[in-house]
Design a binder for this molecule. Structure first.
Ligand code: SAM
Length: 246
């Protein structure tokens, strides 16, 4: 894992063309005008200083063909950023819902429903590269008999399907959010992501030996516990993180 402690506007153009297999990022949520936000949390929310055409153009350039880009955010983020992402050349593929056990946004609990989800929007440069086997979640083996709907002389034919274990990933993932992390796992960063979720996403959209770009990170978020070699989350993938010095 290597980490560049630099502004993405300067760092991304220096990275080699078509050198990454996956981009996974959590851009500022564009909630710059959210009420009563602490000053130190503003960089996570206010994306007004980011030059999106440059950032997405560069992410497109550094990604190899037929590779994916995943972005955390909310529908409001993607309504704003979608046109910029498409203009850079990316193709929208799907989105994944992360269901959180603990609600957030109590400051607005009387203005709108508390939030218990976040989206991960999936884009590709060319065809989507998916790793269905490594994306699988837990589940025991089973055998299922399936009626074919075809009968002859009153004899119903059946075929069977066998699952050797594991369950194909769906577009709804359940993972703890910060208020459910153990004490030692929490960082001061307001939008810290659970390692198990990040690991699952990386495994689902890359293969062993791949290199993953993690731009728009922040000092203090996942410091020293970024999923990587040793943590077994996706230790067989390399990572390059870029974070600003805010
Ligand atoms: C929503 S937070 C993402 C934090 C995230 N959970 C992570 O994986 O690090 C967005 C982060 O983008 C970073 N950022 C904003 N502008 C940046 C820039 N020009 N260059 C690099 N990082 C930047 C901010 O520090 C902010 O914390």
């Amino acid at each position: 894992m290597s980490l560049m402690n630099r502004d993405a506007h300067g760092a991304l153009p220096e990275l080699p063309t078509e050198s990454f297999d996956l981009v996974l990022t959590d851009p500022p949520y564009l909630f710059g005008n959210a009420p009563r936000v602490r000053k130190e949390h503003m960089p996570a929310l206010d994306g007004s200083r980011i030059r999106w055409p440059l950032v997405f153009g560069e992410l497109y350039r550094i990604l190899k063909d037929d590779r994916a880009m995943l972005l955390f955010g909310h529908a409001s983020t993607f309504m704003r950023l979608g046109p910029e992402i498409s203009a850079a050349g990316f193709r929208y593929c799907t989105d994944i819902v992360w269901v959180k056990p603990g609600p957030v946004n109590f400051l607005q609990c009387r203005q709108k429903p508390l939030s218990r989800h976040e989206l991960i929007s999936v884009w590709s440069k060319g065809r989507l590269r998916y790793n269905p086997d490594e994306a699988k979640g837990p589940g025991g083996p089973y055998r299922k008999r399936i009626p074919t709907g075809c009968s002859f002389y009153d004899v119903e034919r059946r075929s069977s399907a066998e699952c050797l274990g594991g369950r194909y990933m769906t577009d709804v993932l359940f993972a703890p959010n910060k208020c459910h992390f153990r004490k030692g796992e929490r960082t001061p960063h307001p939008t810290q992501k659970p390692l198990e979720l990040v690991g699952r996403l990386v495994r689902a959209f890359s293969y062993p030996g791949d290199l993953c770009a993690r731009p728009l990170r922040r000092l203090g978020d996942n410091d020293g516990r970024l999923p990587g070699a040793g943590e077994g989350v996706h230790g067989d993938r390399g990572q390059q993180g870029i974070r600003s010095n805010d």
